[in-house]
Design a protein around this ligand. Structure first.
Ligand code: NAD
Length: 488
């Protein structure tokens, strides 16, 4: 650990980070980012980058690739380890900037900022782990082995809702395995990602190895996906954009990985610990105002405990703290922007129109900040919009079921397959759930959201495409396998 990273770190410039320099967009254009809790408050003026900026970033990454990929993995790991130290010295600053720019309640923003250090540390340690397999040749017994080599310049496109964790869990594996990176941060949350770049800069990452470009999807994301020197794209975001990115990337022969939306069910069996189940339903559906890909969108409750569960969840909603995300007690903060706010309010109206019964919430709470009251529906038809489409806000629905067969069948009846939970104290429904539930992340007696850094993360069905992220699973996407027949 170098002493320098323990000094008070500088704020990141509100600029792109290209070839080791903080610089404005080539065009000089900028856009203003406002605080969703107090929309009149300006968070900062950020570069509205375009194709020129992407081209410069890709060229810098391509030039840096030979040197970076040939460094010993331990040297690359040392950069990530120092960056983890730098992140830890500024967790509070990163968290409060995250809260200001995208409205995540401070208590969750702190956890996310701290998690970046854990992600960097986990991937720093990849330097010491095996990456190939050793065999013998059939005819001679001579050496035969596999190598995992870096791909080259990779393009990373990230959403605003986990503005620290997702840029970290894409860039750290890309870097440790020897790739160089062009990271396109979400326009709604650039400042948090810039902190990560600043930490890597302080940690001594060589110029051009990591490049960060800020701007709109069509102006930065599209040229990045199309650039001939970008060999792989890792994307997290919405289904519609993800499909477009996959088409653009695959038709150019690029490797592509998508992490998309979810419609995550929570199943409550009659024998469940009701207190824990209610708490998990509340947290899963409403923390971060439901703006998580893994948020709980449907809650299936077994008939004998349905009424009791509904009352207890309504009581919990009544006691939940909704409001200023900068208050460390706040559980439910604002929606990220006015467009998303209106989309959520429209979806609530549509839910009512389609016959859903509103049990709580359903309206905006504040004339200034973009707050929506935690919203609970029941009597929503299985084929209604609320049961099938991702409404990216604090909106969830209750469904009554009789048997585990019925619960699993209905819970699986969506295009998504990201995360799912069951609450039960019995092994039989647990066994059915872990074997039959169509989701990449399964929770038994814990909420649908939340992910450890050292294990695979990702969805199946319409929620994902390509290898999973995080943990050792990341090796699959960020390296290519070659087989070496080595005779003496
Ligand atoms: P989004 O799809 O609007 O944007 C994601 C990123 O893609 C942004 O950086 C955006 O600027 C960029 N982009 C937009 N148009 C593009 C284009 N044409 N070409 C290339 N890039 C383009 O998503 P969002 O609103 O930022 O994030 C919310 C969505 O992300 C939700 O659907 C949520 O479920 C999903 N999400 C999924 C995961 C997961 O791991 N499965 C995690 C977090 C969020």
């Amino acid at each position: 650990m170098s002493d320098s990273v323990l000094e008070a770190p500088a704020r990141p410039a509100f600029a792109n980070y290209v070839g080791g320099n903080w610089q404005p967009a080539n065009s000089g254009r900028t856009y203003d980012k406002h605080n969703p809790a107090r929309p009149s408050e300006l968070v900062g003026e950020f570069p509205a980058s375009g194709e020129d900026d992407v081209n410069a970033a890709v060229e810098a990454a391509a030039a840096a690739f030979p040197g970076w990929s040939r460094l010993p993995a331990a040297a690359r790991g040392a950069v990530l380890a120092r960056a983890a130290d730098a992140v830890e010295t500024r967790v509070e600053e990163i968290a409060s900037d995250m809260t200001r720019e995208m409205g995540k309640p401070l208590r969750e923003a702190r956890l996310e900022a701290g998690r970046v250090a854990a992600i960097f540390r986990f991937f720093a340690s990849e330097a010491w782990r095996p990456k190939g397999e050793q065999y013998e040749q059939l005819a001679t017994g001579s050496s035969l082995y596999t190598l995992r080599r870096p791909l080259g310049v990779v393009g990373l496109i990230t959403p605003w809702n986990f503005p620290a964790a997702i840029p970290a869990w894409k860039s750290a594996p890309a870097l440790i395995y020897g790739n160089t990176v062009v990271l396109k941060l979400a326009q709604e949350a650039p400042l948090t990602g810039l902190h990560l770049a600043a930490c890597l800069d302080e940690a001594g990452i060589p110029a051009g190895v990591l490049n960060v470009v800020i701007g709109r999807g069509a102006e930065v994301g599209t040229p990045l996906v199309r650039h001939p020197k970008v060999v792989a794209i890792s994307f997290t975001g919405s289904v519609a954009v993800g499909r477009q990115v996959r088409e653009e990337a695959t038709e150019r022969g690029k490797r592509v990985q998508l992490e998309l939306g979810g419609h995550n069910p929570l199943i409550v069996m009659a024998d469940a610990d009701m207190t824990r189940a209610v708490e998990a339903a509340y947290a899963g559906a409403f923390w971060s105002a439901g703006q998580k890909c893994t948020a709980t969108r449907r809650i299936y409750v077994q008939a004998p405990v349905y009424d009791q569960f509904r009352e207890r969840l309504l009581d919990r909603i009544g006691h939940g703290k909704v409001g200023d995300p900068a208050d460390p007690e706040t559980e439910v903060g604002p929606i990220v922007n006015e467009t998303q706010l209106n989309a959520i309010l429209d979806a609530i109206e549509k839910g009512k129109h389609e016959g859903g019964k509103l049990l709580s919430g359903g309206a905006r709470l504040d004339d200034d900040g973009y707050l929506v009251a935690p919203t609970l529906f029941e009597n929503v038809a299985d084929d209604a919009m609320l049961s099938c489409e991702e409404v990216f806000g604090p909106v969830t629905s209750l469904y009554r079921f009789e048997t585990i067969d019925e619960a699993i069948e209905r819970a699986n009846a969506v295009q998504f397959g990201l995360s799912a939970s069951i609450f039960t104290t019995s092994l039989e429904p647990t066994d059915r759930f872990v074997n039959e539930m169509e989701a990449g992340l399964l929770h038994v007696n814990s909420q649908t959201a939340g992910a450890d850094v050292h294990v695979p993360f990702g969805g199946i069905k319409g929620s994902g495409y390509g290898p999973h992220e995080q943990g050792r699973a990341a090796l699959e996407f960020y390296t290519e396998v070659v087989t070496v027949y080595q005779d003496v």
